[in-house]
Design a protein around this ligand. Structure first.
Ligand code: AHR
Length: 514
């Protein structure tokens, strides 16, 4: 491997050679002046009618031979409960703007079939609809985030959907009761369209803003339910979209969304999910951490219109996007998930933690069998991906107090000139007083020796877990479901109230410190 990527190590003036040890000092501020909680919604998920995300991934139907509870796969249910999923966005994505909710209620055998024109032309039977989604959210204890159809729907259709889900009385409530659900659901998050600049209607931001204002007027709060309305926001570097929405919609929205994918380029090959060179690995990380500058610019625009920060930013789609696995339907976006994806997840979450004064939710794409998934399923088998393990190891940060820190690990520069941390860290304090510290060593060859302190606190004990693997290309497959999995980690020493950690190359560590 060419070492030109390691450009700016703080401890070393020269690029690192293989087997050198990176020395890092980290100091965590246990008494931050502006206390900032990490909202649990930063760990949100996204489930779209796309490929095998819903059908086969979450839902197999009550008649299936695959073990299930009321049609939901038992293995996936268990995995999601362990993950502590705080919020799930549904039914799309691009699918949302072609979805007509009335097709997905009532007896399943009577529901019309539909062509999923966005995603491979697959015909689906609408057996997973509003009841199936909202009941799933109740079962796993997460908030639903409904993405409404603006592109091909009507104001009335969306307004009635809200009434159907949340009103205690009236015609829609009666229809819901006839379909087996007397009590209204609580639905907080309502997205008004998705990617309205593209698959959601190819609109310009001025036109979308006017449409948003009209749609949102008729989406009412029923029976004590309080909607949190999300405008369909920009993609990546489209700062003008955010500017126009802030000007034209303003406080009629509670939040505005943003989409950012770690993708090599939208034209041509996006690269294999499992076969990649070290150069491609570092470039992927460079693209992933570029989200920080993108967030900063959208936030700066929001700040200029809304200095009191009443409107939130929601990164409601993010994650890696590679070529589909060979032999699979190109419209189904099924990709494997390696230790590289785990690194992208960890570095991204570290960044998100820093901007929660404005960034209140993120939703990784997607929960099962699509893009950077948590789980992959094949018939009755399921594997947890390396990304799943990161989300599980990191879930201690949900609703914990964010702690700023200094870390002198320095950065490497990727093939596109982007700086990326060699060793990265994020920290929080849980309500029980313990410190949650998650560390990422992105270097493919070099271990790190990390000395960490928390001024004012004498570290006495710690417990750790590590996620690593022999090769950065390693992944979990149906024949080898546990190739990449977290292990107990104890390679640290506590002395004089400080902790020294020996961190292997290409690893992610979570420590609970007291
Ligand atoms: O996540 C896949 C697709 O990516 C979504 O449907 C769309 O919103 C985005 O372009």
């Amino acid at each position: 491997m060419k070492k030109i990527f390691i450009a700016a190590m703080a401890a070393l003036a020269m690029p690192l050679m293989a087997s050198a040890q990176i020395k890092v000092n980290i100091s965590i501020d246990a008494a931050p002046r502006d206390s900032m909680m990490i909202p649990k919604e930063i760990y949100g998920q996204f489930a779209e009618h796309l490929g095998a995300c819903i059908y086969g991934g979450l839902w197999v139907g009550p008649e299936s031979e695959i073990p299930n509870t009321d049609g939901y796969r038992n293995d996936v249910l268990e995995a999601l409960k362990t993950l502590k999923v705080p919020v799930m966005r549904w039914p799309g994505g691009c699918f949302a703007d072609e979805y007509h909710w009335r097709d997905g209620i009532g007896p399943r055998e009577d529901r019309p079939r539909m062509v999923n024109s966005n995603w491979g032309g697959t015909v689906e039977d609408n057996s997973f609809g509003t009841h199936e989604f909202l009941n799933l959210c109740e079962m796993i204890g997460c908030e639903p985030y409904i993405s409404g159809n603006v592109g091909s729907g009507t104001v009335e259709e969306l307004a009635k959907w809200v009434e159907y889900m949340t009103a205690a009385d009236g015609p829609m409530a009666r229809l819901r009761a006839e379909n087996g659900r007397e009590k209204p659901w609580k639905v907080k998050y309502l997205g008004v369209g998705n990617e309205s600049w593209g698959c959601g209607g190819n609109m310009v931001p001025e036109y979308y803003s006017h449409l948003y204002n009209r749609y949102q007027t008729y989406c009412r709060d029923y029976s004590g339910n309080k909607l949190y309305k999300v405008a369909s926001g920009a993609t990546d570097y489209d700062y003008n979209w955010t500017e126009v929405l802030m000007k034209s919609i303003g406080s009629r929205m509670h939040g505005v969304s943003l989409h950012y994918y770690t993708v090599k380029g939208w034209d041509g090959s996006k690269g294999s999910a499992t076969e990649f060179t070290p150069e491609e690995y570092y470039n992927t990380l460079g693209k992933a951490v570029e989200v920080e500058s993108v967030l900063k610019r959208h936030i700066a625009i929001m700040d200029s219109h809304d200095p009191e920060r009443k409107i939130d930013l929601l990164l409601d789609e993010w994650g890696t996007w590679f070529d589909v696995e060979p032999g699979t339907n190109p419209g189904h976006l099924f990709q494997q998930n390696t230790m590289r994806d785990a690194m992208v997840a960890a570095l991204s979450l570290n960044i998100f933690h820093k901007y929660t004064y404005r960034l209140k939710m993120t939703n990784i794409a997607q929960i099962a069998n699509v893009l950077q998934s948590m789980v992959l399923t094949k018939e009755d088998r399921m594997v947890l991906t390396p990304t799943y393990h990161v989300f599980r190891m990191y879930n201690v940060h949900q609703d914990a107090l964010y702690l700023p820190m200094t870390c002198d690990a320095g950065t490497f520069t990727d093939g596109n000139g982007r700086e990326c941390p060699v060793v990265d860290v994020t920290a929080s304090r849980s309500q029980n007083g313990s410190f949650n510290i998650t560390l990422t060593n992105t270097d493919l060859d070099n271990d790190a020796e990390i000395v960490m302190d928390i001024p004012g606190i004498i570290i006495r004990e710690a417990e750790g877990e590590i996620l690593t693997s022999g090769q950065i290309q390693d992944f979990n497959d149906f024949d080898a479901p546990e190739k990449v999995k977290p292990e107990k980690f104890g390679n640290f020493k506590i002395k004089n109230g400080r902790i020294t950690i020996k961190m292997p190359s290409k690893s992610i560590i979570s420590l609970s410190v007291r």
